[in-house]
Design a protein around this ligand. Structure first.
Ligand code: PHE
Length: 343
């Protein structure tokens, strides 16, 4: 039996040294040590030649060896099959990944964010409000009582269920709500979607986006309004851009003005965007009417303020020469992707 024990020890060393890093070697190992004609089987065959009083001891040694041989097989199986999968995929982890199609922000979003950013630098906070509004906050509080002819300037969608409800025609409703809160001074801009009952064409749509602004404090003057908007124009369209104010009428401001900028497309020499005048209108503005302040519970003897309102589509048109309003809502990728690196 001494000889067999020595042989088992030799097999142990052989097993330890046996390379099993791939499926072929693993199979070779299995056949050699665990197969029907393998080492383990033949050693069990030796049992016959062992004297009866040593059979028990030999049996223990054999079982121990068998477990040892099997354990190596099991462990090696794990590693060998895994390396086989990665070998089969031929995976090169250093290769660049599949390209991911990244969308781009909508031009209206880009320009709106830019407007917000510019006014943010002047200390204006963003305020938000409902798109379905009541008559008071959209019209009456803003000096536009029922039957006021100026309501015709904003053709309105009313809501069936309640004659007092409508889709806001401007984001001035947010200004009304902020004024009613009474936390003075107020310095806000109100970006958002607004609705007007217009036939859809290149120059009109049933909805568009606005950014309106409101600044109320003691001693706010028209000079503050002009300087604020001049800063905005220079940041948005470039330092060479000039502005001009033309007297206008809005029920909620007095005096009121419309502001033009030198045409960004032709630089003032005349083109189709500026209708050969060299100027394009971009917003309405004025000093908040005292009645509006009073309607919202603000003492008009103590406080003054200015307000302005612009269409984001219009600013985008002037900045990028987009000549058809419908392009903004048609979702044509050929149009949209031109703005991926804009602003
Ligand atoms: N609310 C006006 C509109 O939508 C714009 C505006 C705002 C004009 C503030 C003057 C002052 O037409």
């Amino acid at each position: 039996m001494e000889g067999v024990l020595q042989q088992i020890e030799a097999y142990r060393s052989e097993i330890n040294a046996f390379p099993v890093t791939n499926a072929a070697q693993l199979e070779e190992y299995r056949i050699k040590f665990l197969g029907t004609k393998g080492v383990v089987k033949s050693l069990f065959g030796e049992m016959r030649n062992v004297p009866a009083d040593q059979k028990k001891e030999f049996g223990l040694v054999l079982n121990d060896f068998k477990q040892f041989a099997e354990a190596k097989y099991e462990t090696a199986k794990e590693t060998a099959t895994h390396s086989q999968t990665s070998a089969a995929n031929d995976m090169d982890l250093s290769l660049p990944g599949d390209p991911v199609q990244i969308g781009s922000r909508h031009p209206i979003t880009l320009v709106r964010n830019r407007i917000i950013d510019i006014f943010h630098r002047l200390g204006f906070a963003v305020a938000d409000g409902p798109e379905i509004e009541d008559d008071w906050h959209n019209f009456t509080a803003l000096n536009l009582p029922e039957n006021h002819p100026a309501r015709d300037m904003q053709d309105t969608f009313y809501i069936h269920q309640n004659p007092d409800w409508l889709l806001r025609t401007h984001t001035s409703n947010v200004q009304t709500r902020e004024m009613e809160k009474g936390n003075l001074p107020i310095r806000i801009i109100c970006p958002g979607r607004v609705y007007r009952n217009e036939t859809i064409s290149a120059r009109a749509h049933c909805f568009f986006h606005q950014v309106e602004g409101l600044y109320i404090d003691t001693d706010v003057s028209f000079a503050d309004l002009k300087q604020t908007l001049y800063f905005f124009v220079q940041e948005m369209f470039g330092k060479d851009t000039q502005v001009r104010f033309r007297p206008s009428y809005f029920p909620f401001t007095e005096p009121s003005a419309e502001m033009d900028v030198t045409c960004t497309i032709c630089g003032g020499s005349g083109c189709s965007l500026c209708k050969h005048t060299g100027w394009v209108e971009i917003l309405g503005c004025g000093m908040v009417h005292p009645s509006v302040l009073e309607n919202c519970g603000i003492d008009s003897n103590q406080y003054t303020g200015f307000a302005f309102g612009m269409g984001v589509e219009r600013i985008t048109q002037v900045k990028y020469n987009v000549n058809d309003l419908r392009l903004y809502s048609q979702n044509d990728i050929r149009f949209l992707k031109q703005f991926s690196s804009a602003v």
